[in-house]
Ligand binder design. Structure first.
Ligand SMILES: *[C@@H]1O[C@H](CO)[C@@H](O)[C@H](O)[C@H]1NC(C)=O
Ligand SMILES: *[C@@H]1O[C@H](CO)[C@@H](O)[C@H](O)[C@H]1NC(C)=O
Ligand SMILES: *[C@@H]1O[C@H](CO)[C@@H](O)[C@H](O)[C@H]1NC(C)=O
Length: 564
């Protein structure tokens, strides 16, 4: 394969009379400005841009096969996770990719630097004028109407024909991403008032002890130091240690005054002034530290040095890939996302392949699905020509977490985003489930969802009336943002027991979750719907469904299924 590439590139180089780097072909284009955005005119030619060039990885199909093998309990390779160095042999660009792209950039007098451990991502800084020349593009300013935020994008860009197969994408170019959405809904009523006004139950106020009761989660402290949960923080969301301390005093006095570590990437910050506390960040830290008893939690604050939210999603993966094994988290919990159609297919695929790398080294990545039912991150009441899948929840290499509510037996929460991807085909571990759900649907919602796409969520947990401390006060919050750190905590506690028994950690969860042994540990949720787009949405049913996935966790059953 490599020899073939080298040969064709060299042949083009020497045989053609014209420089092959001057024949440009369109690499990606969109027909019109996406809805929600408006043209805001030209920008100064001297304005500086920072662009990323994602290079073609030498053997992503090989890494996919390997990742599935080490994650599949039926495989002899189960649990034999790769080292980051081994992953790099699959994702590093081939030498001819690097040399071809370097020649092109140096011919255009553009300097580049590598920004990933495997060298598959380059960053270039250049003026709008130079970017227009380099990429045969027309960068202009566009406004995201709802937020008023401006960004510089182009409707089309080209790369040299000889390099087309060596470049995955240049970003940001044709992906129009709105400001990153957190998957959290705050209620206006402080739960202190609620507590005083009514007899509370786990339905009206959900606390860590409700999670422990509903999902058989132990209160005993984890002991392994080689374990940890990384909580992703974006969009100026800061986790406040005073809020956590108040929360633990009230909800988990048995844990003592434990705290969390903070890592900063892309110019992230750690503001600890109480007024700067983020609701999402506080929730994520309180429902990991407060449920994964004794598991070290690291809040990774991703700043704005990256050009938009999607860069940060890849940077957090590269950051974890570069960590020494002894201090690397085993679980990544992330409650942010996009509507799938806001990213180009190549960008969404590259982000998904980054999570594949985490799975290969044994890190479980969990994503909240979103809070707009089948409308994704769009408002639940608008009419849509088709349902709106969300991503990275739709990536087949993450475990996507939907929402439930009520006392056991729980029902699906109406806000729980779920459906079928338009970008990612149904993965092998899910084929039977997704196909049988879609065929049982018959012609209902025909044309509104993709019957051959990856179905999501995979699993679910509480997403309603969850009690947190925010800026010193009790609040109730709802959303798949609540479900994700709770499920992530269950996995981290399992990893603690596995490590204590000298066994490999869970890693990429889905092949195990969908196996007969894995699904038997989950509590199937068979009622509830996820309305959106002016429809009633999908319905939870017996077995997998695109509202609650395979169901909610049960720690004791999971432990037993793992032979512990
Ligand atoms: C709370 O429950 C008790 C016993 O069930 C009942 O007597 C009381 O009226 C309830 N209080 C409120 C505010 O509903
Ligand atoms: C708990 O620890 C934090 C530091 O993480 C500190 O600021 C706070 O005062 C401590 N609270 C108590 C009650 O000891
Ligand atoms: C449906 O999903 C498949 C991948 O499974 C994709 O190739 C196809 O383009 C999707 N169809 C639409 C209409 O998005």
């Amino acid at each position: 394969m490599r020899g073939l590439y080298l040969l064709s590139f060299a042949a083009l180089w020497s045989l053609s009379t014209a420089n092959p780097l001057r024949t440009m072909v369109v690499h990606d284009s969109i027909r019109a400005v996406p809805s929600g955005f408006a043209s805001a005119g030209t920008v100064s030619p001297s304005q500086q841009l920072k662009l990323r060039i994602a290079l073609t990885q030498s053997d992503i199909a090989g890494l996919e096969a390997k990742t599935l093998a080490v994650s599949d309990p039926a495989s002899p390779l189960y649990g034999q996770h790769l080292t980051p160095e081994e992953v790099a042999t699959y994702v590093s660009p081939a030498p001819e990719t690097l040399s071809g792209v370097s020649s092109w950039l140096s011919e255009n007098k553009i300097a580049s630097k590598s920004i990933s451990p495997a060298g598959d991502m380059l960053e270039i800084s250049l003026s709008v004028q130079d970017a227009n020349t380099l990429l045969a593009a027309q960068f202009e300013s566009f406004t995201h109407i709802a937020s008023g935020k401006n960004s510089i994008r182009t409707l089309s860009y080209s790369v040299p024909a000889a390099l087309s197969s060596h470049i995955q994408f240049v970003h940001p170019t044709t992906s129009f991403t709105p400001p990153l959405a957190k998957t959290l809904t705050m209620t206006a009523v402080s739960s202190e008032q609620k507590r005083a006004a009514e007899n509370t139950t786990c339905t009206t106020l959900f606390t860590p002890s409700c999670a422990q009761a509903a999902y058989s989660i132990p209160t005993t402290k984890a002991t392994s130091p080689k374990n940890g949960i990384a909580v992703a923080g974006y969009a100026n969301q800061y986790a406040n240690s005073q809020d956590l301390s108040t929360f633990l005093t009230k909800m988990r006095p048995d844990l003592g005054n434990v705290s969390f570590a903070v890592d900063l990437i892309d110019g992230g910050a750690n503001e600890q002034y109480l007024g700067e506390a983020g609701d999402e960040a506080d929730l994520d830290v309180q429902y990991t530290v407060g449920i994964a008893s004794g598991v070290p939690v690291t809040f990774i604050s991703v700043g704005f040095d990256s050009t938009d939210g999607i860069d940060g999603f890849i940077d957090i993966v590269n950051y974890i890939m570069a960590m020494p094994a002894a201090t690397r988290p085993t679980v990544l919990s992330s409650s942010y996302g996009f509507n799938e159609n806001e990213l180009s297919l190549s960008v969404a695929t590259s982000v998904c392949n980054a999570y594949m790398q985490l799975g290969a080294i044994g890190v479980s990545t969990l994503f909240a699905t979103g809070d707009g039912g089948v409308g994704g991150f769009s408002s639940g009441t608008t009419s849509c020509p088709a349902f709106v899948p969300t991503t990275p929840a739709s990536c087949p290499f993450v475990t996507s977490v939907g929402g439930t509510q009520g006392l056991p037996p729980q029902t699906g929460a109406a806000l729980s985003s779920g459906g079928f991807s338009n970008y990612f085909a149904v993965p092998s571990y899910q084929t039977t489930d997704a196909k049988s759900y879609a065929s049982a649907m018959g012609s209902q919602f025909s044309g509104m969802y993709n019957k051959t796409g990856r179905g999501y969520p995979d699993v679910s947990a509480q997403a309603s009336n969850v009690e947190i401390i925010w800026t010193g006060q009790l609040y109730t919050v709802g959303g798949t943002s609540c479900a994700t750190p709770i499920f992530a905590s269950v996995i981290a506690l399992l990893n603690d027991r596995l490590l204590a028994a000298g066994k490999p950690v869970m890693g990429f969860l889905n092949p195990w979750l969908y196996s007969a042994a894995g699904r038997a540990t989950l509590t199937d949720v068979t009622s509830g719907t996820n309305p959106g787009c002016n429809t009633a949405g999908f319905s939870a049913t017996a077995g997998w469904d695109p509202v609650t996935g395979l169901g909610t966790p049960n720690f004791d059953k999971m432990l037993a299924a793992l032979g512990l």
